[in-house]
Design a binder for this molecule. Sequence first.
Ligand code: 3UK
Length: 519
Amino acid sequence: MALPSGISFSSTHAVQLPARFNAAVPFIDRHLAEGRASKAAILTREETVTYAELGERVNRTGNALLAFGLEPGDRLLMVVKDCPAFFYLFWGAIKAGVVPVPPNTLLRAPDYAYMIEDSGCRLVVYSSEFTAEIEPALKQLGDKAPKAVTVDAFLTDMAKAPSTLEARLAGPEDDCFWLYSSGSTGRPKGAVHAQRDMVVTSELYGVRVLGVTEQDISYSAAKLFFAYGLGNGMTFPLWVGGTAVLDDRRPTPDTTFSNIETFKPTIYYGVPTLYAAQLAALETGRRDLSSLRACVSAGEALPGDMFRRWKEQTGTLILDGIGSTEALHIFIGNRLDDFRPGTSGKPVPGYEVRILDENGDPVAKGESGRLWIKAESAAKYYWNKPEKTAETMVNGWLNTGDTYREDQDGYFIYEGRSDDMLKVGGIWCSPVEIENCLVGHPAILEAAVIGQSDEQGLIKPRAIVVLKQPADAGAALTDALMAHCKKTLAPYKYPRWVEYMPELPKTATGKIQRFKLRS
Ligand code: 3UK
């Protein structure tokens, strides 16, 4: 399909955009002009939303946000499950010049309190499922709390707002939306993305690597709040005038397979943890996955063995690719016509990739080092965090924090993180956060958390704890510690194993040496 008018890519894959631009025009409005008014943009178990309905609701939402008193540049925190209202809020905000910030919906009240304060958002819109975490967060902020409204209440206001809205034009590099990303220490960082960034990922990875077209029906088990899901389940289909399947339930083998059977998507996007559970389920019952032309995996490395078993069971390839919140989407990936199991594939055309040693010099081919990338879709900075920005974004290059090696044929092999961060089910998990939670339990003196591979070769947190009363050690305390973490933290962060030790290895300055525990 032709690119939207005014947008082009050079032979080196550099994007050219109009000097005055609003991303909602090519992603939403264009489809009405191009005759897709009655085509399905979104499918859910409850409803089908056409491009005409989507365009109108985006306009009404933009108007409703302005009527709430939001002004261009103001942030909207949208803690919203995967449902059509996510699209209305995200694009309605962008079209009106408001900056949407969709955080992970699995977090807890203290995380949201932090993000509300850090973002300085003027409004919080949240799905009522998350009331138990959002209300205490707002309460904790007292007088400083912004206005907040549930999605259902917002939709009632939206329905009354005017149905036309002029897109507020901006520069292609002006702030458009943020995504929060966590680090091993300190609070989550708001990665600020520009108007052009979704254009770059949708065209360079979505169209040119995956070959997404108007005929594709995309289904992402990875949620929209995740940069991966945001591309898979929203920006790629909207970029080509295709169709997205949304499901607000927690993805399980059963929900994902039944969605594939019902909606017959052509592309499915998952994470390794879910593929592992799906593979286990396929051993006991066959499912009809024949609509799929491709599967994609990201978030953490996909073991080569899972690639082979999936191909055997389903006949479909899983294309593993590495992306990040900062880069917005996948920058090294496998392709249907060029893949190697157990690797992340090759650089996506338009993304520059370097593996550097400790001195910042390129390593010889085959040697491992720190992966840096240069991307037109990269976040420009972290909100309010100049030191983190300076560490991560250097002269237009992004420090991924990953260790990689390039094999002789140009495939990139993941070799782990260069910090202590863990990816659990594709989502960031900070050992420090779990350690702090464990130390909050009355029985614990000290704790260290490291990643450990489970039977599938996927990383899960393991806790090593020192007790105040060593005699308390045992299965009952292990259960209590797991329950304590599940209740205090986002549930996927709880330690799957607890080990008791008399003391922890530390540096002279008292820092826990997690690397010694890993060996
Ligand atoms: C790790 C991988 C090995 C790696 C993401 C696709 O995961 C995404 O973004 P995050 O900011 O995390 C980024 C970090 O996750 N990682 C991601 N994919 C892989 N490691 N193999 C992989 N295939 O440490 C990376 O630095 O949560 C993934 C698209 C958009 C994304 N935001």
